[in-house]
Every structure is written in structure tokens, then in C-alpha cells.
Design a protein around this ligand. Sequence first.
Ligand SMILES: Nc1ncnc2c1ncn2[C@@H]1O[C@H](COP(=O)(O)OP(=O)(O)OP(=O)(O)O)[C@@H](O)[C@H]1O
Ligand SMILES: [Mg+2]
Length: 294
Amino acid sequence: MIQLRNVSYTYPEATTPALNGISLDIAAGEVCAVIGPNGAGKSTLCYTIAGFAPYHFRGELTGEVVVDGRRTVEHPLGELVKHCGLVFHNPLNQISGARYTVREEPAFGLENLGMPRPYMQARVNDVLELLGIAALAERSPFELSGGQQQRVALASILVMGPRVLLLDEPTSQLDPHGTKEVFAAIKALSQTGVTVVLIEHKPELVAEFADRVIVLHGGQVQLDGAPRAVLADPRLPPLGVSVARYTQLAHTARERGLWPAQAPLPVTLDETVAGFELPSINPSSSRPAHGSGQ
Ligand SMILES: Nc1ncnc2c1ncn2[C@@H]1O[C@H](COP(=O)(O)OP(=O)(O)OP(=O)(O)O)[C@@H](O)[C@H]1O
Ligand SMILES: [Mg+2]
């Protein structure tokens, strides 16, 4: 669905490329998380897949970017955005400012496509419901919290029904409940065949929702693989990415002989608890309850 062949991109007046020789294939329906330290090129990767680089940011792109069969350089941005939706890190970049209510905001994009009104209303309602913001429909987008604005920005993209969704830290301003709702919506979309590229820092969310993790550093792909393997990879800290607390805990436990050398390190709380409950690790847990294993 997304193919990058030796892609490099340099912003105008920058001396070093923000992306440097990236080649990637992302399959239809895949949820691909992108992690890496500040300045690694994560946002730029999304801008490049979406066509904003170079169309919007200018600069110099080399190599080939093909999304849903279209070479981005051969199509105007106005056409690319119908198929590939980008949700910016800052929701205020997305909110048009041309509409008064949350309900009108996603409708704006559909109006521009000339959609019939009843279809448009039903579609907007569905998306607001999906993202848990139906109750905010008559409010002004500018009087909402950052997390609510993030969901409005996401709604404006989802309503267009893109086949590819690029999400730049879509829940950075959301509380845990809102984050869960948004991730459930993203998962449901991917199950309908939508391809998702997700920039996300929280390892537990990545482990739960992504099919694959790419680690960027210095504009290059440094690691690329299954979430559990990548998130527990000892090469992460030198790349400026901290490993999950649970992974660190199990790593320390392993050094003290409390976690088997051959067992994979966990990323989530559930995996950690399950790991410590394994009889081979903690023989006391296989005995009938007699104290709490302390
Ligand atoms: N508009 C711009 N003009 C010039 N250079 C830019 C621009 N935006 C980003 N860069 C540079 O491109 C490189 C990659 O930046 P990018 O924003 O893609 O990183 P990132 O991984 O998304 O970082 P963060 O975690 O801080 O969001 C950095 O060196 C950054 O300084
Ligand atoms: Mg960024």
C-alpha cells in the first residue's frame, strides 16, 4: 500500500536531509508504529508519504514514494489527501477556523468534495460517535481541551474515508480513557483494511496496537520488526529511545536470575505479571495459595 524506494528529503535551507535513503513497504491493513528520538524524522516521514513534503514544505525529495498505486510526485496534493489522511501533531494545524461548531468541522472537507447533505450528516455523526465526541457536536472547536481538539482533527480526516491514515502522536494530549477510545477506533479501522502509520511514544500502546515497529534515527530506519522484538531490543537506548519500564524491570530480574534467560522480555504490565507467574520462574506461584508468594 505504501512503498518508499531510497527516499531522501531535505527541507529548504537545511544542510542535512531529514530523511536519508529510506526504503519501506507497508502492506494494506498494517498498523505500523514509528518511534525514534526528537528530530529523528518521524513527522517528516509522514509528511513525505502524504505528499506534504515536498508540495507544502517545498525542499528537495529524491527517490520514489508510491501510495495506493500513486506516485506522489505525479498527483496534486488535493487529490492525494482524498486517499491518504494526515493528522498533524498539533490539532490546531488541522482545524479549519472556517466553521463554528465541532459538527461542521468534519463536514467542511465533505462539502469541498460536493457530497450530498444527508449522506454527509450521517457520516459526520458516525465519526463523532466513533471517537466519543458526539456530545461536543454543537460546541466551538476553539473552546475545547487539547485532547478534544485532537479528536476533532482526527474526525475531519476519518470522515473522508482515507485508505491510508498517518497519525502524528494522535493521543499526546488525551487522558488514558480518551486514548483508549481513539486507539480502539484506529484498530477498528485497520480491521476494515485501512493502512495506519502511527507515531507514538508510549511502548505499551505500540505493543498492544501495532503490527510492526520502525525505529528512525538520523532520518534512517535503524530497526524494523515485530513490536515485542523491537521494543525490547537492547539497541534502543543507544538510539535515544527508552525501553518500557516493564521491559527494564524484567531485564533487571533476568540479571538476578528471576527471569529465564531465553524468555522474551515483556512490554506490557499483563505480560510482566504473566511472566512472573510462570512456575519455571517463580516455583512458589505453582503451589496452592499460601501467602502471596512473598
Ligand atoms: N520545517 C522545517 N524546516 C527545516 N527543518 C526542519 C523542519 N521541520 C523539521 N526539520 C528538521 O528535520 C529533522 C526531522 O524533524 P522531524 O520533525 O521530522 O522529527 P521528529 O522525529 O518528528 O521529531 P519530534 O519527536 O521532535 O516530533 C530535524 O532535524 C528537524 O530539525
Ligand atoms: Mg514530530
